[in-house]
Design a protein around this ligand. Structure first.
Ligand SMILES: [Zn+2]
Length: 202
């Protein structure tokens, strides 16, 4: 929280006066020593590069085959959306919706909104409705649960391994890489950098 040059400590709630933080440095609470603000090095460039990589990986993960099963000569190929499709066909609409939102919808929105915010900022322009879009982005983050989806897949693969020959597809590797790249993009992003722009433009 920031009001008129003051920042509240997340740990002890003390209001600290804002001080300029050099790149790579951090400001700390005067009472408990908790980190108030970390000024990440090249936050905009690094987050943008990672978000752009995430976009490419997302497309590959959704377009190419995810897994193939070979059972007695028959090969069944699946894509990322196959699971959602099959749950829907079985009438498990809520579960299909949940899998779609957490494994495809939320990551898609997250990557799109990151690029929507970062590309114009990189070009020195202010994205339209920046404050609302950035707040939306922060609300979507918890819904992006690709790692849980992947763990679920891996658990079922271990159980199926005796019954069928399982061939991992390009999309599976991309999906795994996407989880890491998107987490890195979130870690590289300095939210203060965005809010400062909102403040200046107001
Ligand atoms: Zn404190």
């Amino acid at each position: 929280m920031t009001t008129a040059g003051l920042t509240a400590c997340h740990d002890c709630d003390l209001l600290n006066r804002d001080v300029p933080v050099p790149e790579g440095g951090a400001s700390r609470c005067a009472r408990c020593g908790g980190v108030l603000r970390r000024h990440k090095t090249d936050s905009l460039d690094r987050t943008l590069a990672l978000a752009a990589s995430a976009a490419v990986l997302f497309v590959i993960a959704n377009v190419f085959p995810f897994l193939a099963f070979e059972m007695q000569g028959d090969v069944t190929q699946t894509t990322l959306a196959t699971g959602v499709d099959q749950l829907w066909d079985k009438g498990w609409y809520a579960l299909a919706g949940l899998v779609f939102v957490t494994a495809i919808g939320a990551p898609f929105l997250q990557i799109s909104l990151l690029l929507y915010v970062l590309v114009p900022l990189k070009l020195g322009r202010l994205p339209y409705d920046l404050a609302r879009v950035f707040r939306l982005l922060r609300h979507i983050e918890p819904w992006s649960m690709m790692e849980i989806f992947l763990i679920g897949i891996l658990v079922s693969l271990v159980k199926l391994a005796d019954m069928a020959n399982i061939i991992p597809g390009l999309a599976l590797w991309s999906f795994g890489a996407l989880i890491i790249v998107l987490a890195a993009a979130n870690a590289a992003l300095d939210p203060r950098l965005i809010w400062d722009r909102v403040e200046y433009s107001a």
